[in-house]
Structures are given as C-alpha cells and as structure tokens.
Design a protein around this ligand. Structure first.
Ligand code: NDP
Ligand code: A1CAB
Length: 268
C-alpha cells in the first residue's frame, strides 16, 4: 500500500486524513504536515499518524495531497518542489490552481492530478471531481479515485471544467447553508421558536436532498409536485422569482468561477 502525505492539514486536509483512516488506510501509511506545532501535536494525538516536516513528507510519501490554501502553495513548492521525484504523484485539492502551476515547480515528468472535493466529506457524502494533469495516467486517476471514493461520490472531468466545478460543488455547501439559515430566519419572522424553525428546515433540507438523489427525478418535477394551484407554494415562488433568486444564483456561481480563475492568475 502506498503512503499518502497530506501537505497542510487544515480543514480539508483533516477531512482527507480522517476519511482515509475511516476507509481502512493504515495509519502507518499516512503522514501529515502542519505549519504550527500546536496543530501538529493535536493531529498526531487525534489520529495517531506521524506529523512531519514538508521535506520529510515529500521524501517518504508516494502520494502528496496538497491541501494548503492556493495562496500558500507557491511557498510550499519552493520548499519541496525540487525533491519530488517522478515516481511520486501530486494530488492538488487547491481551488483555482492549475496542474500547470505545480508542473512548473516539479521535476519534469512528475504526474499531477487536480481534484475538487467538498466539506460533506466529513460524513462520507463528498462530491469529488478528478482531472488528469501533466504526466497523469489512467493509473494515477485510479489512485486519486481510490483515495476519494470512500469520502463520497467521484466524477472525472477535463481540467478545463474544474473552475466551474469549484463554483458548483466545491463552494456549493455554503450556498445550501445560506439558504437554510435564511429559511430558519423566516420561521422566526413568522413567530416560530428558533429551535422549531431549525428542526423543520433541516429535516426538510435532508428529505429534499434524499429525494433529489434517490428518485432520480428532475428538480422541476419535484417542485411542481409541491406546488398546488392557487396554493401556498406558488405564492412564495412568485416572490422568489420577483426577487431574482434564480438570476442571483447564475451571477453568484459565475462570480465563484471567475474568482477561481483570478486566484490562478494571482499565483502565476
Ligand atoms: N474549505 C473548503 O470547503 C474547500 C477547500 N478547498 C481547498 O482546500 C485547500 C485547503 O483549504 P482549507 O482546508 O479550507 O484551508 P485551511 O486554512 O483550513 O487549511 C490549510 C492548512 O495548511 C496549513 N499550511 C499552510 N502553509 C503550510 C506549509 N507551508 N506547511 C504546512 N502547512 C501549511 C495551514 O496552517 P495554518 O493553520 O497555520 O494556517 C492550514 O492548517 C485550499 O486550497 C482550498 O482551495 C477545496 C474544496 C473545498
Ligand atoms: O472558498 C474557497 O475558495 C474554497 C474552495 C471551494 C470551497 N471553498
């Protein structure tokens, strides 16, 4: 079994580390790196994995999962880029950064795979999109898939689609949480106790999500089934349309896609 090093074990790095452990990846085949000593000792205590320096991780691991913020990736690869041999696989989780960004900082021939996952990895319900970069073969994509499959669903996409994927599923959980938060506030406005509003909306979100996934029906069909003629739902939907919620969603996701592109530009 190959050794995976998570480089920069913050929120996403920890999700990958804990997910790999849950899926049965042996702790002695995992390494983690952290910038702060306190974080390093918390991680080794919680997960029983070795937390080492970036250089040691780059030397010892077969697969380097890059989970630093995009803005920190340049410094990290200035430190370790030169010592990552062609036998290693670099798997980037970074929003915006292209595989070319890494290839330019790695010895010629080092395979790079780009993934975009999301926070529901915590409950093994992630959506992870995987793309081949320079020198990445089908075998390298299989390895990335093997790492992320236990954390939820996976899909393979051309790298040219990764910024759009980031806007949709990478950032997506935040939009749903914002929607839920707003609906709970509406419950409070209508006079419900906050706790009651929370319970009603969270279960409604879960039920709706399970129906979307398990029925395979188009969301329009599911929405129409709720929307009675001259009923309550259509009264609310008219207001949502009046307030441009659909147009706001289009513009918002376009902004997220554009920000991913901008990050890549800033990090050239
Ligand atoms: N959050 C999300 O929902 C998603 C994030 N991503 C991507 O995942 C990556 C990580 O994001 P996220 O987990 O949210 O960010 P975090 O800030 O939580 O994690 C990044 C971690 O990297 C550490 N770090 C930075 N530089 C170094 C270094 N040179 N050596 C060792 N450790 C270092 C940071 O240390 P310190 O604690 O000191 O800052 C931090 O703990 C990003 O590239 C992001 O684009 C992708 C999909 C979803
Ligand atoms: O907001 C961000 O930049 C990261 C990438 C996708 C989700 N969070």
């Amino acid at each position: 079994m190959q050794t995976v090093a998570v480089l920069g074990t913050g929120k996403m790095g920890e999700l990958v580390l804990s997910g790999l452990l849950r899926s049965g990846w042996p702790a002695d085949r995992l390494l983690a790196t952290a910038r702060r000593a306190e974080r390093a000792s918390d991680l080794s205590e919680k997960y029983g994995v070795a937390v080492v320096g970036n250089a040691e991780a780059a030397d010892k691991a077969d697969i380097l999962a890059v989970a630093v913020k995009p803005q920190d990736a340049g410094t990290l690869f200035d430190e370790i880029g030169g010592r990552v041999g062609a036998g290693k696989l670099v798997v980037s989780l970074c929003a915006g950064l292209t595989t070319g960004f890494f290839a330019a900082r790695l010895p010629e021939g080092t395979p790079v795979v780009r993934v975009m996952t999301n926070t529901p990895a915590l409950v093994d319900e992630a959506m992870t999109a995987i793309s081949a970069g320079p020198h990445a073969t089908a075998e390298h994509l299989d390895i990335a898939e093997q790492m992320f499959k236990p954390l939820g669903a996976t899909i393979r996409v051309p790298e040219s689609q990764q910024d759009a994927v980031t806007a949709l599923s990478g950032s997506g959980p935040a939009y749903f949480y914002l929607l839920v938060e707003s609906m709970i506030e509406a419950g409070v406005l209508l006079g419900l106790p906050r706790r009651t509003a929370h319970e009603l909306i969270v279960q409604t979100a879960v039920g709706s999500a399970v129906m979307l996934r398990d029925s395979g029906d188009h969301p329009v069909k599911l929405r129409e089934a709720v929307t009675s003629p001259a009923g309550t739902t259509i009264a609310a939907i008219r207001e949502l349309e009046n307030h441009g919620v659909r147009a706001a969603m289009l513009t918002a996701l376009e902004a997220a896609r554009d920000r991913a592109r901008q990050i890549a530009g800033e990090m050239k």
